[in-house]
Write a protein that binds this ligand. Sequence first.
Ligand code: GLP
Length: 241
Amino acid sequence: MKIKVMTKEMMYQEIAKRFVDTINTNPSCVLGFATGASVMGVYAELVNQYQNGKVSFKKVKTINVDEYVGLEPTHNQSYRYFMNDKLFNHIDIDINNTYLPLSTGNLEKNCQDYEEIIKSVGGIDLELLGIGTNGHLAFDEPGTPLDSLTHVARIDERTRMDNTRFFKQIEKVPTHALTMGLGSIAKARHIILLAFGANKAEAIKTLVEGPVSIDMPASVLKNHPDVTLYLDEDAASLLNK
Ligand code: GLP
């Protein structure tokens, strides 16, 4: 894993540039996206790049890592709503080329279908990830097998607590989600993970200095040939220099 430490404003710029370069090299590329506070600035910068004529998303396909069970796409905390609101509504992407796991109906079937979709688009070229305070990726909580595929996951209580900031009350935070597995995420050709703030420092230390273990889901990335961690000083503050 490569580690880069910089301000969050700098990382938004650098990461967005990597996405723009990827698209301009291959206009039909497949991008992997996540949600959460950490990645919002990257989407804002991609909108900015689009508005300045630096990139077109006309042929791009996107695969999101997860979606809450029980929230309609129109619910303002669903990840479909987040992606439309933060990115897709502001760029020239074909909305039919934007995929999130379908979290209504037959969930087991939807999980299998999602793996088929990922395969049918040719896999993910560049994946953007955040990390939970407990080390989760997407909704792959501690204990998730490192080779797992898309599945229905129970959301950890710590994660529900963390995400209460979006829902106001913990009772409103869904208990389950559809999530790409750690195995499906790790198949992306290139991976970027960004983290900022002191509340991520413990997870980052365990990820960087600890072993590959199901107790630290993000450690699956240590076996991957091309991962870059973008950290700010606070998130990197517990690392042995
Ligand atoms: C959420 C999402 C993850 C995200 C993580 C961190 O629960 N399912 O995909 O990376 O938690 O979110 P944030 O960036 O808001 O700290």
